[in-house]
Design a protein around this ligand. Sequence first.
Ligand SMILES: [Ca+2]
Length: 340
Amino acid sequence: MPKRPTRLIIDTDGGIDDALALILALRSPEVEVLGVSTVSGNVRVEQAAINVLRVIELFDHRDIWVAQGLGNPLVRDPIRATSFHGTDGLGDSNLPQPRMRARKESAIDLMIDQLNKEKDHGLTIVCIGPLTNIAAVLTHSPDVSGRISELLIMGGAFGLSRYGYGNVTPVAEFNIYSDPEAAKIVLESGIRVRAVGLDVTSAPENWLTPRRFATLLGLLMVATFLGILLGLRTFIIRDYGMFSYPAAYFQRECFWQGELPFWNPFNHFGLPFLAQWNTLALYPPALIYLLLPLTWSLPFFCLAHLFWGGLGMYFLARDWTGHQLAAGVAGIIFCFNGLS
Ligand SMILES: [Ca+2]
């Protein structure tokens, strides 16, 4: 007999990742979404409801109830993440405004009603925003906690993996940081909680395997440097021909006249990014172009510099991904990026 889909309520603060989670749940045969409650967090609670309705209408799931929960954390002032999620919370995606409306009842009451109806199997509640709403449910109606079969939380940073550090402060993750008092109520309530923290959600192997990473970088290289790979273009155009040669010439002359040109604006022709070349005179291998004829010492210096940079990127990427191929592609890309 096919397994009965897990019935769940999603509690969300309306950000981009929340929309993706909602879409995944709507499209998954393993779960049945009964309702979506919104909470203050990434965006205001009203905007979160609008965002949920936009997604639900897009996927034609008008049977699911949507209701607003609490508009502020239990004790503190809200913090938002619109700089990350866009002013509308959905990356300013311009999805059409919804025709459906959120339910008039509070999401807290609807969740309590829904849980009271679930005498046999219990419901799973998935919280992907701050835990304000669920804390309010447990405070107003503690007896419903027995009808929550599982509470799944996307939140926290538990230091269990090398990625388990905070994204608001070094130790605090956004959802927990937004309403720590609510988190305390929920985590101490005794209900079965499974928390998926940044330890898991930030670990690159969970979203991009080294093989996919290498494939993406490889495709990027082909797309970006097609002309160079086909021999139709040379890469030594801008940095070498237009900027670095005159800058190096200027540096070399200064050097031989006993001056280090760090603050001399003539050395970067009024182009602030070229100021980086100033400090190159301090880089030990730079001695080669300061001491020897520029026509061959500067290209040699540039290529060696990129080679060492690429090698550094290789070791860094190998350390990050533990994957030789991905690290090799990253190293080559780094060199190409510097060459262009
Ligand atoms: Ca969220």
